[in-house]
Design a protein around this ligand. Structure first.
Ligand SMILES: Cc1cc2nc3c(=O)[nH]c(=O)nc-3n(C[C@H](O)[C@H](O)[C@H](O)COP(=O)(O)OP(=O)(O)OC[C@H]3O[C@@H](n4cnc5c(N)ncnc54)[C@H](O)[C@@H]3O)c2cc1C
Length: 377
C-alpha cells in the first residue's frame, strides 16, 4: 500500500465512512483510519431515526439540512444495497409525537404551524386518532404525525457505509491515529503502526475529534452517553411507527417487529459505555406510561453509545480557519445518522476547494479552531 493519499479520513463511523465512500467514488485516493472496529461507536448504537421534523425545533439552516438529508435516504439505501448487498432497512411511515398534557398539545400545534409554513407535511390527531393509529399506547391528548420522518437500522447503515467505503478506499480498522502534523503543503498522519501523508485530512472521529488533533478542550468535543434497549412485543401486538414523547421515551419499531426503546442523555457520564440499572428502570417506567400495551413484551438486549457533542451541540463541518487542509466533520450529537448523507456531500465540496450550499456556512469551525503550522495539531 502506498503511503500517500489525496485524502485521509479519521474515524469509521457513519460520518467518516460515507465521506470516504463519497470521495472514493469521485476518484480520489482515500485512506480511512479507525481506531477500533468500524461503526461500533455512536453510529452502531443509534436508534436510527430520520427525525428532521421531530428533532429540529426551529426553522433555519439545520432544519433545512435535516430535511434535505432525509430526502437522500431512499437513493442511499438503494445504492448501498447495490454496492454491498446490505439492506439498511429504511422505514418511511412517519413519526408520531404524542402530547401528554394540554400544554404539550399547545406546543406541538405551534410547532406544526411553522413546519407547515416551511413546506413540510404534518397532521394533528386528537386522542381518538392517536389510539386508532397505535392501539398499544396509553390515552393521550393528541399528537402530531410527521409522515415524512422515518428510520433505518443504524448498525446496518454503519456496516453498509463501512463496506461501501472499502470498495473505493483503503480502510484500516484497529489503527488509531495518534497525531496529525502539518508539513509544508502536506499533512502527516501518524498512527500506532505507520505514518501516512495526504493533501487533506478529514477528522470525523466523533467524541474523540479534538483528541485526534491534539487539541483536547479546544473544541470542547465530548460524549453524551445514551442508553437504550430493545424489546419484542408479544404475538399479535405491533407498534407500526415511531412514537416519541418529549422528556420521557421514544419507541422505534424495526422491520423485524422488534422495538428500540430510548434513550438517556447523559452529558456527565464521560467515555464509559456500561449499561446501568437506573437507566433501564427509567426507560421501562416511561415505556409503561406511554405504551402500556408493550409492557409485557420480551426484553431483548440493552446497549449504550457516545453521541459526539462539540461546543453548544451543533455540528461542526468544514475546514479549520487557519488550516484549510484539515476539515472537521463532527458534533452531530442526536442527528448524525440523519445528517450523514448531507455531511458527506458538504465535505466533498470542501475537499474540492468549493463551498456547499449556504446553509452549511452556519456550521463552519469558528475562528480560533486553527493551529500553528509545523506543530502537532
Ligand atoms: C443512544 C443513541 C441514539 C441515537 N439515535 C439517533 C437517531 O435516532 N438518529 C440520528 O440521526 N442519530 C442518532 N444518534 C446519534 C448518532 O449516533 C451520531 O450523531 C452519529 O453516529 C455520529 O457519527 P460519527 O461517525 O461522527 O461518530 P462515531 O460513530 O462515534 O464514529 C467516530 C469514530 O471515530 C473513531 N475514532 C476515535 N478516535 C480515533 C482515532 N484516534 N483514530 C481513528 N479513529 C478514531 C471511533 O472509534 C469511532 O468509530 C444516536 C446516538 C446514540 C448514542
Amino acid at each position: 500500500m502506498g503511503k500517500n493519499f489525496d485524502v485521509i479520513v479519521v474515524g469509521g463511523g457513519v460520518i467518516g465512512s460515507l465521506i470516504a465512500r463519497r470521495l472514493g467514488r469521485a476518484g480520489r485516493s482515500v485512506l480511512l483510519l479507525e481506531s477500533g472496529a468500524m461503526g461500533e461507536q455512536s453510529s452502531g448504537a443509534a436508534a436510527g431515526m430520520l427525525g428532521a421534523q421531530l428533532e429540529i425545533h426551529e426553522p433555519g439552516p439545520l432544519y433545512r439540512l435535516g430535511v434535505e438529508s432525509r430526502s437522500r435516504f431512499k437513493q442511499l439505501s438503494e445504492a448501498l444495497l447495490d454496492e454491498t448487498g446490505v439492506d439498511i432497512e429504511l422505514v418511511n411511515n412517519g413519526i408520531l409525537r404524542v402530547a401528554a398534557t394540554p400544554e404539550e398539545e399547545r406546543e406541538l400545534k405551534a410547532s406544526m404551524q411553522w413546519q407547515l409554513e416551511a413546506g413540510q407535511r404534518c397532521e394533528w390527531l386528537d386522542g381518538a386518532g392517536v389510539a386508532q393509529l397505535e392501539p398499544c399506547l396509553a390515552p393521550h391528548h393528541g399528537g402530531v404525525l410527521l409522515p415524512d420522518d422515518g428510520n433505518v437500522l443504524a448498525p446496518r447503515l454503519a456496516q453498509a457505509a463501512a463496506l461501501a467505503a472499502s470498495r473505493v478506499a483503503v480502510v484500516r480498522a484497529d489503527e488509531a491515529v495518534s497525531s496529525v502534523v502539518k508539513e509544508g503543503s502536506h499533512v502527516l498522519v501518524r498512527t500506532i503502526r505507520d505514518t501516512y501523508g495526504a493533501s487533506v485530512v478529514v477528522v470525523a472521529a466523533g467524541a474523540w475529534s479534538d483528541e485526534v488533533l491534539g487539541t483536547r478542550g479546544l473544541f470542547h468535543a465530548r460524549p453524551v452517553k445514551g442508553q437504550m434497549f430493545s424489546l419484542r412485543p408479544k404475538p399479535g401486538v405491533r407498534l407500526q411507527r415511531t412514537v416519541y414523547r418529549h422528556g420521557a421515551v421514544y419507541l422505534v419499531p424495526k422491520r423485524d417487529g422488534s422495538v428500540v426503546v430510548g434513550a438517556t442523555m447523559e452529558p456527565e457520564a464521560g467515555y464509559h459505555r456500561e449499561v446501568t440499572v437506573g437507566a433501564l428502570q427509567k426507560l421501562s417506567t416511561a415505556l409503561g406510561e406511554v405504551a402500556p400495551g408493550l409492557a409485557d413484551a420480551h426484553f431483548e438486549r440493552a446497549w449504550t453509545g457516545l453521541r459526539p457533542m462539540v461546543g453548544t451541540g451543533q455540528p461542526i463541518v468544514g475546514p479549520l480557519p487557519e488550516e484549510p487542509h484539515i476539515i472537521l466533520a463532527t458534533g452531530h450529537l442526536r442527528n448524525g445518522v440523519l445528517l450523514a448523507p448531507c455531511t458527506a456531500e458538504a465535505v466533498a465540496s470542501y475537499v474540492d476547494g468549493g463551498a456547499p450550499g449556504k446553509d452549511w456556512a452556519a456550521f463552519l469551525p469558528p475562528e480560533g479552531y486553527g493551529v500553528a503550522a509545523g506543530s502537532a495539531v
